[in-house]
Design a protein around this ligand. Structure first.
Ligand code: GLP
Length: 261
């Protein structure tokens, strides 16, 4: 795992956008795993800007989102499909037919989950998986006690997650209590993971995920098992990291990071 600390939220989003853009330039058929949430909004705005200003080409790319609420049809304003269309897909030249999210209104949800896994496999797996972290330490919607080998499935959301996300609904009561999410094992199978975390409210949980023990109570700690995981944080989210001097030293000395210093 690498931890890269940038000064501001904007700098952290910019570095993440640069890494994604470079991956896409290197492999135009990139299979990109995507996340939702407020943290991703600035990042998606930057990717859209790269498309508009420098012609970053998404036309051959494929995307798979981590999760979707159960019971919300795609056209619901609070669905993650709507979020993705509004924040990214409608602003870049991706073919919408190559953008996948689980269908939270599928008649047979178990079949939907198995089909989602099969579709990822059909595309050769995920090249780069983007992640945020929830206040419970979840990645995707892998709430505490999610098995470290779990695959795409239905999960009940914790009261903490419902409290975090329900203010985004016009009527907070309308927030579904369950979601389909890629499993921790699904995420760990991706070739590269980048977790973007910003803001003081995430400082405690990101320190636990990065420096604490590997535990299913904090599914983001599973990234410690991944051969190529990068955690990008701003100063506010880095505040509780005990070994930040070491992380900065790595950033200054690893040749791979030279173009970004
Ligand atoms: C939701 C998503 C997660 C995301 C989290 C954090 O719960 N399922 O993938 O990481 O929100 O959201 P925010 O960036 O709004 O803090």
């Amino acid at each position: 795992m690498e931890v890269i600390i940038r000064e501001t939220e904007n700098d952290a989003a910019q570095l993440t956008a640069d890494l994604i853009a470079n991956a896409l330039i290197e492999k135009p058929e990139l299979v990109l795993g995507l996340a939702t949430g407020r943290t991703m909004e600035g990042l998606y705005a930057r990717l859209a800007q790269k498309h508009a200003e420098s012609g970053l080409d998404f036309s051959k790319g494929t995307t798979f989102n981590l999760d979707e609420y159960i019971g919300l049809p795609p056209e619901n304003p609070n669905s993650y499909r709507t979020y993705m269309n509004n924040h990214l897909f409608n602003k870049i030249n991706i073919d919408l037919a190559n953008t996948f999210l689980p269908n939270g209104t599928a008649p047979d949800l178990d079949k939907e989950c198995a089909g989602y896994e099969a579709k990822i496999a059909e595309h050769g797996g995920i090249d780069l998986q983007l992640l945020g972290i929830g206040s419970t330490g979840h990645i995707g919607f892998n709430e505490p006690l999610s098995a470290l080998g779990s695959r795409t499935r239905c999960k009940a959301l914790t009261p903490g997650t419902i409290a975090q996300n329900s203010p985004l609904f016009d009527n907070p009561e309308d927030m579904p209590k369950r979601a389909i999410t890629m499993g921790v094992g699904t995420i760990l199978d991706s070739k590269r993971c980048i977790m973007l975390v910003t803001g003081a409210a995430k400082a405690d949980i990101v320190a636990k995920a990065v420096e604490g023990p590997l535990t299913s109570m904090i599914s983001a700690s599973a990234l410690q098992l991944h051969p190529r995981a990068t955690v990008i944080v701003d100063e506010a989210a880095a505040a509780k990291l005990e070994n930040r001097g070491y992380y900065d030293w790595i950033f200054q000395n690893e040749p791979e990071w030279a173009p970004y210093r």
